[in-house]
Design a binder for this molecule. Structure first.
Ligand SMILES: Cc1cc2nc3c(=O)[nH]c(=O)nc-3n(C[C@H](O)[C@H](O)[C@H](O)COP(=O)(O)O)c2cc1C
Length: 318
């Protein structure tokens, strides 16, 4: 077997992610590729490991006012504000296309109350053709103003409540890096019943226009993504893998600034079982396929039979 003609469906790339069979371990990250039709002409979904939709909330949301995206030196700040069509329109307008996509699809779910999350998750779990849901927990809870993803007790409760209505699909919990000790939150998500963790969401940041002294984003702050956060994401995955996930046997989907096969391999070596590409899709929407092809060549060059031989294998000093 060789990768002289790189083929993303090479069996060495096949990955089992908490019971979901992925053709490759390279996915798209939520919010950077819409609901599927947007990239269908440019990204070959038959060669993609998995697709994650934009966050869906119970009710339709217009999102924040512009400017909602600002390019910064090594990445991007966004304050989209969860603009999305809402669950009812998602089921009618988006799901039919998603069901035709020849790749595993995870629907990202966001909410501002426990009930919001549970209602959306329950509806999605009843729908055919989805691999599972990814919980975006970087939202404040309306009842107490706390962020679900920054309070371990609240997060465990939320995940347990969603777990209770998620019977058919897998439940991925997406962790925010904007916390003191991400291992506490990873543990809470696992205790609540998560099948997998994804990490990381964006870091809170700002950019200022020095001509008019105003914030560049109408929302003042936004989420930083792209290469600027890659070493930070790598470190947090390293910590969560060694501190929590490895022992609990819960896989991690790694993301944060991945732009190349080499970047992806770094994430596997610190403990990610799969990776997702987000901001880099704005530069090259075909990147997940190129990264998979490069990964196949890398496995060939190292005489490895499977990506699983890389996971968590970083050689640390004694
Ligand atoms: C424009 C934009 C919109 C995003 N929207 C969402 C979203 O709706 N839900 C979510 O969980 N993450 C969202 N994210 C976060 C990404 O999924 C990802 O976690 C983060 O950007 C880090 O990966 P990256 O550096 O490869 O983009 C968004 C990111 C960007 C850049």
């Amino acid at each position: 077997m060789n990768c002289a003609t790189p083929n993303a469906t090479d069996p060495r790339l096949a990955t089992d992610l908490c019971g979901v069979r992925l053709r490759t371990p390279i996915l798209t990250a939520s919010g950077t590729c819409g609901y599927g039709p947007e990239y269908a002409d440019v990204l070959d979904y038959r060669r993609l490991g998995g697709f994650t939709t934009k966050s869906v909330t119970l009710r339709e949301r217009p999102g924040n006012n512009p400017e909602r995206i600002v390019e910064v030196r090594a990445g991007m700040l966004n304050a989209i504000g969860l603009a999305n069509v809402g669950m009812d329109r998602f089921m009618v307008e988006k799901l039919p296309f998603i069901r035709t996509m020849p790749t595993a699809v995870f629907v990202n779910v966001a909410g501002h109350s426990m009930d919001d999350y549970v209602r959306v998750a329950e509806t999605l779990d009843g729908a055919d053709g989805l691999a599972g849901i990814e919980l975006n927990v970087s939202c404040p809870n309306v009842s107490d103003g706390l962020m679900f993803g920054t309070d371990a007790r609240l997060l465990r409760e939320l995940v347990a409540a969603v777990r209770g209505v998620t019977r058919r699909g897998k439940l991925i919990v997406k962790l925010t890096p904007n916390v003191t000790d991400i291992c506490d939150l990873a543990r809470a998500a696992i205790d609540g019943g998560a099948d997998a963790l994804s990490m990381i969401n964006t870091y809170v940041g700002m950019a200022i226009d020095t001509q008019n002294w105003k914030p560049m984003l109408a929302n003042v702050t936004g989420g930083l993504s792209g290469p600027a956060i890659r070493p930070l994401a790598l470190y947090l995955i390293h910590r969560v893998y060694r501190g929590v996930a490895r022992e609990a046997k819960i896989p991690i989907i790694g993301m944060g600034g991945i732009q190349s096969t080499r970047d992806a391999i770094e994430f596997f070596l610190v403990g990610a079982s799969a990776v997702a590409v987000g901001t880099a899709l704005f530069i090259d929407p075909t990147l997940p396929v190129k990264i998979a092809d490069g990964l196949c060549e890398y496995l060939e060059s190292k005489n490895l039979q499977s990506v699983s031989e890389l996971i968590g294998q970083v050689k640390l000093p004694a």
